[in-house]
Design a protein around this ligand. Structure first.
Ligand code: SF4
Ligand code: F3S
Length: 104
């Protein structure tokens, strides 16, 4: 599966949702997640994210993010249509430790 990671938080560009062939993105207030059981590993979304927040879970060190994606994909509503990024997305793009600071 692919997973959404830290830099999506408070950016939420949502370009990713438009290209996913199986519509497996789920939306929280300031973050999106991928449902690991629905993702078919096509990789199409990865280059579409302007924040480079989407990664294959074969990359090392993503266990925490895989857990977060799996947990919230079962709670949050599905999102399939692109919308405006969050206010201040550009300024926050690249900030470190977004999870600790902003995740909700
Ligand atoms: Fe959707 Fe493919 Fe991205 Fe998985 S890798 S979330 S199936 S676009
Ligand atoms: Fe987030 Fe990137 Fe999608 S910022 S909403 S994973 S395009």
């Amino acid at each position: 599966t692919y997973v959404v990671t830290d830099n999506c938080i408070r950016c939420k560009y949502t370009d990713c949702v438009e290209v996913c062939p199986v519509d497996c993105f789920y939306e929280g207030e300031n973050f999106l997640v991928i449902h690991p059981d629905e993702c078919i590993d096509c990789g199409v979304c990865e280059p579409e994210c302007p924040a480079e927040a989407i990664k294959p879970d074969t990359e090392p060190g993503l266990d925490k993010w895989l857990k977060i994606n799996a947990e919230y994909a079962g709670i949050w509503p599905n999102i399939t249509v692109k919308k405006e990024p969050m206010a201040g997305a550009k300024e926050l793009d690249g900030e470190t430790g977004k999870f600790e600071k902003y995740f909700s």
